[in-house]
Ligand binder design. Structure first.
Ligand code: UD1
Ligand code: MG
Length: 452
């Protein structure tokens, strides 16, 4: 469902001091992509019409990510609180009269389904001015507490530091996500003051202000796990664990077999076909797409790679950016493939580096083959034709071409073109001296006996 009347404001100006990092907090990755990118993807999923990311003054990476996804950027020069941060987006949303959805850039696991329930509640007959996504917290700690009136309607949000002991005992907490009626949102936020424990302009005060103006407010509840936020690296690790659990469940439900899902790590953008089998200990970095019926054996690591149906990978295969593995191809143990196409049915099974290359359909690349693609200055291409056979321990010094059906003898260093169906061998001729080893041993033993 598209949300043409909704504008999203994503708060991302926090300092993230406790991360102890040069990287802005919202740029730290979860499942292979920055937290902020998850929130922007959520807005894509909801098809909200406009998005504004509120960033701090010196975070070009945040601005670049926001702009790349079609969001506007509003800078909050001074960090004076969440209400102040939302107000920083006011100029960018001039002329917007629809609802305003506020989300936090450091809370990336919220589902579109949950946000939709809040958007629907905003449009319900009661016409609430503010709808807050809340959750029942196992440990309410520093969360804002949702204070309900007699009929269960939301009356106020009280920040933990400002709460009375009775209010602190409330476990229904503010996730931070809220939907405001755009017709009065800016008036409410402008009326927020900073006479509180932190001396900040709290977004949460919008609720009590709306109530004072005679408007209803409402809570929509979600699961605590969706609202996990990040303040520390430990939080980041905990969030990653939650997100990985979800991705594993998603792929199991999607027709993937995993012997031990807890040892398989996905990226948010991983794509897997049907009847993919994944053995324990496999890592999917960003940008990986795997076709139907692919078998992935243990200890593989993939990033930015495409694998076609029926391929067999690993154990211990490494696919680096630009690897394209064709249908039914085999990539075996301790094989690294970078920016190369391995075509249908080709086999690269043992201890090999293929970089900046094409391996033609049905070719067989022997153990220990290396494409020497880099001369210390530039990268060059190796082309291996269909049905070619590359003997073990071959060095292919790029740029070089091995024609269709050609054979390269084991141990060769190939520096010139090998035409189709030719044999190329570059190793030194073998010299065999009958009985030499036995004579050598006898001589050495005698010499040693004399010394003792
Ligand atoms: C906020 C809520 C609290 C809620 C909790 C959920 C307020 C006042 N409190 O508290 O009720 O339970 O989130 O996690 O809203 N930010 C800015 N500029 C600012 C201040 C904050 O962009 O000036 C951003 C932060 O980067 C962060 C978000 O707003 O993404 C929330 O700020 P934070 O300081 O973490 O608020 P909490 O104290 O956690
Ligand atoms: Mg917080």
């Amino acid at each position: 469902m598209s949300e043409p009347s909704v504008a999203a404001v994503i708060l991302a100006a926090g300092l993230g001091t406790r991360m102890k990092s040069e990287l802005p907090k919202v740029m730290h990755p979860v499942c292979g992509r920055p937290m902020l990118a998850h929130v922007l993807a959520l807005m894509d999923e909801l098809a909200v019409a406009r998005r504004v990311v509120v960033s701090g003054p010196d975070t070009p990476a945040v601005a670049a990510l926001a702009e790349a996804s079609g969001a506007q950027v509003a800078v909050q020069a001074e960090r004076l609180g969440t209400a102040h941060a939302v107000l920083a987006a006011k100029g960018a949303l001039a002329g917007h009269g629809g609802d305003v959805l506020v989300a936090f850039g450091d809370t990336p696991l919220i589902s579109a389904e949950t946000v939709r329930r809040a958007l629907d509640a905003r449009r319900s007959a009661a016409d609430p001015a503010v709808v807050v996504l809340g959750f029942d917290a196992a440990d309410p700690g520093s969360y804002g507490r949702l204070i309900l009136g007699a009929g269960g309607a939301l009356e106020a949000i009280v920040e933990a530091k400002d709460a009375t002991p009775e209010q602190r005992a409330v476990t229904l907490c503010n996730s931070g996500v809220m939907v405001l009626d755009g017709r009065i949102a800016w008036d409410l936020l402008s009326a927020v003051g900073n006479a509180n424990a932190k001396g900040e302009y709290y977004l949460t005060d919008a609720v009590a202000l709306a109530r004072a103006a005679g408007r209803a407010c409402a809570v929509v509840e979600g699961a605590e796990e969706e609202f996990l936020g990040v303040n520390t690296r430990a939080d980041l690790a905990a969030l990653e664990a939650t997100a990985q659990t979800r991705l594993r469940a998603k792929w199991l439900a999607g027709g993937v077999t995993m012997t031990d899902p807890t040892t398989v790590y996905f990226s948010a953008d991983t794509r897997l076909g049907r009847d993919v089998v994944i053995d324990p200990f496999v890592v999917f970095g960003p940008g990986v797409s795997i076709g139907d019926d692919v078998t992935i054996k243990s200890f593989c690591h993939f990033e930015n790679a495409q694998v076609a149906a029926g391929a067999i990978l690993g154990p211990y295969a490494r696919l680096r950016p630009g690897a394209e593995i064709g249908p039914g191809a085999h990539i075996g143990n301790f094989v690294e493939i970078k920016k190369s196409r391995v075509e249908e049915g080709a086999k690269v099974n043992h201890l090999t580096y293929i970089g900046d290359a094409r391996v033609g359909a049905g070719a067989n690349v022997g153990a220990g083959t290396i494409t020497c693609n880099y001369d210390g200055f530039t990268k060059s291409f190796t082309d291996i034709g269909a049905g070619a056979f590359i003997g073990s321990n071959t060095s292919l010094v790029a740029p070089v071409t091995v024609g269709d059906g050609a054979i390269v003898g084991a141990g060769s260093v190939v520096t010139h073109e090998v035409p189709a169906d030719a044999l190329a061998v570059t190793r030194a001729p073998q010299k065999t001296l009958a009985g030499w080893a036995a004579r050598f041993r006898a001589k050495m033993r005698a010499a040693k006996a004399k010394k003792n």
